[in-house]
Design a protein around this ligand. Structure first.
Ligand code: GRF
Length: 202
């Protein structure tokens, strides 16, 4: 299954996907391109270092969401992409885009959804005082961080944590969780029934 990874920043989750692919852990998933809406980010360098086509589709250069998404869609079509992984991609996608990849777009979020959607999920969890937070990979729908949940991992919040130490502990789990979820998607092992996603054994 040909995959695109959409990024906006550092790209450590992208790196985890690239590393997983390298050791055969993403199969039958294959990363065929990386796209960033921001130029000059580290994620683009990671893609190039792995020999992947790396495209910048800068949202600030377009007159609105529709032409921006048309440019994304054209690039995806050019690579015959079948599924899209959002790995720290900081733009909302419209229903028109989502309809092109039904149950084929996944996102990683640094909390146990539905707790703490939106930006700064780690800071939200820290400020709320929860004892357990985590990471979630979910299907993307038109809602913000509220699509059907695929896999989750719990991460403890320790007494001496800072937002940064908590962020780092969550990120470690993200790097395991996202490649695993993408492998399951590519292998056709995810069966969604409404909000419930089952992982089949074969
Ligand atoms: C991750 O915490 C991810 O869950 C969130 O944005 C961050 C991206 O980090 N959506 P990176 O660019 O993969 O290092």
């Amino acid at each position: 299954m040909k995959l695109a990874v959409l990024v906006s920043g550092t790209g450590t989750n992208l790196q985890a996907l690239l590393d997983a692919e390298e050791r055969g852990a993403l199969a039958p998933g294959e990363i065929v391109c990386v796209m960033s809406n921001r130029p000059g980010v580290a994620a683009l360098e990671r893609a190039r270092a792995a020999g992947k086509p790396a495209h910048v589709v800068d949202h600030t250069q377009f007159a609105g969401r529709e032409p921006f998404e048309n440019a994304l869609l054209a690039t995806l079509a050019g690579h015959e992409v079948a599924a899209v992984v959002l790995a720290g991609f900081m733009r909302l996608l419209t229903p028109r885009f989502l309809e092109r990849f039904p149950d084929r777009i996944v996102n990683i979020h640094p909390s146990l959804l539905p707790a703490f959607p939106g930006v700064n999920a780690q800071r939200q969890a820290f400020a709320h005082g929860v004892k357990v937070t985590g990471a979630t990979v979910h299907f993307v729908d038109a809602s913000l961080d509220a699509g059907a949940i695929i896999v989750q991992a719990a991460v403890p919040v320790l007494d001496d944590d800072t937002v940064e130490s908590l962020r780092a502990r969550i990120l470690e789990r993200e790097h395991e969780l996202l490649p695993w979820a993408v492998h399951l998607l590519a292998a056709g092992r995810l069966v969604r029934d409404g909000r419930r996603v089952r992982v089949t054994t074969t």
